[in-house]
Design a protein around this ligand. Sequence first.
Ligand code: FES
Length: 112
Amino acid sequence: MPQIIFLPHEELCPEGAAIEAKTGETVLDVALKNGISIPHACEKSCACTTCHIVIREGFDSLEESDELEDDMLDKAWGLEAESRLGCQAIISDEDLVVEIPKYNLNIVNEDH
Ligand code: FES
């Protein structure tokens, strides 16, 4: 089973986490099931950017993002070449290292 490592995030998982996942699950679902509350404002329908994550290792093992996901990602805070939407990133059989960006647009909007 692939192992998903979440790097520490100040609020969502201060210690980081290493979680056994199943092929075919999304990174967001694995996080949520394990108490890492990555925001998902549009309920996983690829219509927001709150579930933005960055895949630090294993990016190429994921199925490629489609156009809709890329369009949404363009609006994400802190976009990187290895950014994905957590609800659209389907785990294959390889391990991943995932970083949850410090901010997402929801938080930015609330704070400023
Ligand atoms: S939860 Fe909105 S795009 Fe993933």
